[in-house]
Design a binder for this molecule. Structure first.
Ligand code: PMP
Length: 390
């Protein structure tokens, strides 16, 4: 039977990690894989996380099952962080804990497929490479449209309007809530308004992917567009990841939220989310969500977490400013947000940057701004210049 299987390509970005580590050169810069790094190049366990783990070690007295929805205190403590402290929050939104933002996207995709198998998922490109495969694996049709023109580093807004105007009522629109991966380019306030109006007019369902809240301009600012979209539409979904903003990557911490103005629809959707979780992973892993819960239950730990997240955010934006200042043609990097920017380059150029200069970025030209130190800016510019990428 298994002789019928076709070999699948390895994830090229993950393969880059090994190549980087095997590179014997003293000077090398890893702008590849998408994790935060500090000024020593490390991805540390956050202070609040360490304290929460110590607290859990001491106080946790059982590891009994929690159920397919996971830790519901975690799910509700996150709600005000994401959706704000406004009234009626609980009445309009249900949620479940998922293994990372990926698990939330997967359950959300299957929920769409169960509710409307003919729904098309509109996906601006470039996007996180796992988006389209997740939707397709739930047997949904994915409609690509050009979102950012890498040559100009601008949103191709006419294309966005064209795409959403041609969508059918009941279609789903995948939207990066902040810190667009891979380009770092988010809608302007005016564009968010137009997008919201189009979603309402065309009766489309936004599926907001919020994987980097707090790593753009700050926790509140990064959530504002998602809150505005949720206020505008009747139905929406949010796939949330705590893996970046709590530094919990391998613990797989996320949540799927669903908003509706109809309480019966909400109730039924909630039962569907639980049953989909049941057939996918039965129950999500607990430890990471328990850490986030312990942090958010404690004023003191929440304060420590927010301070460290602000420091991380400031470091990334500081690196952006440094690189932007190093060459006028990179000025756009300072206006973009989140871990990533995506330079326009061929994969041959990306390979030359690695081989000749020790500057590691994805073949697509995506660079992780957290991977550099401010002092690397000149070497990066020199390498880009030497390879004709500037
Ligand atoms: N969405 C986007 C845009 C991402 O960049 C990522 C992670 N790289 C995810 C979702 C998935 O996050 P997680 O690791 O929590 O599954």
């Amino acid at each position: 039977m298994f002789d019928k299987l076709k070999e699948q390509p390895a994830d090229s970005l993950l393969a880059l990690i090994n190549t980087f580590h095997a590179d014997p050169r003293e000077y090398k810069v890893d702008l590849g894989v998408g994790v935060y790094r500090d000024e020593h190049g490390r991805t540390p366990v956050m202070r609040a996380v360490k304290l929460a783990e110590a607290y859990l070690l001491e106080t946790q007295d059982s590891k009994r099952y929690l159920g397919p929805q996971g830790d519901l205190s975690f799910v509700s403590l996150l709600k005000p962080i994401i959706f704000g402290a406004g009234p009626n929050l609980g009445d309009r939104i249900v949620g479940i804990q998922t293994p990372g933002g990926s698990g939330a996207l997967r359950i959300g995709a299957e929920l769409v497929a169960a509710a409307n198998p003919n729904a098309q998922v509109w996906l601006g490109t470039p996007s996180w490479p796992n988006h389209a495969p997740i939707f397709r694996s739930a047997r949904l049709a994915v409609k690509d449209y050009s979102f950012v023109d890498l040559a100009t580093q601008k949103i191709d807004f006419a294309r966005v309007v064209e795409a959403l105007s041609s969508a059918t009522a009941g279609d789903v629109v995948l939207i990066h809530g902040c810190c667009h991966n891979p380009t770092g380019i988010d809608f302007t306030a005016e564009q968010w308004k137009q997008v919201a109006a189009l979603l309402v007019e065309q009766k489309l369902v936004p599926f907001i992917d919020l994987a980097y809240q707090g790593l753009g301009d700050g926790l509140e600012q990064d959530a504002e567009p998602a809150r505005f979209i949720l206020d505008s539409v009747d139905e929406a979904m949010v796939a949330y990841s705590c893996d970046k903003n709590f530094g919990l990557y391998r613990e797989r911490v996320g949540a799927l939220y669903l908003a509706s103005r109809n309480s019966m629809d909400l109730y039924i959707a909630d039962t569907n989310m639980a049953s989909l979780a049941r057939v996918n992973w039965s129950m999500p892993p607990d430890h990471g969500a328990a850490i986030v819960r312990a942090i958010l239950e404690s004023k003191e730990l929440t304060g420590i977490w927010k301070t460290e997240l602000q420091e991380m955010c400031a470091r990334v934006n500081g690196n952006r400013a440094e690189l932007a200042a190093a060459h006028p043609d990179l000025a756009f990097i300072a206006t973009q947000r989140g871990l990533f920017s995506n330079l326009a380059m061929s994969k041959e150029t990306a390979a030359a940057l690695r081989l000749k200069h020790g500057i590691y970025l994805a073949d697509s030209g995506r660079m992780n701004l957290a991977g550099m130190q401010p002092a690397d800016a000149d070497a990066i510019v020199k390498a880009l210049h030497a390879e004709g990428a500037l």
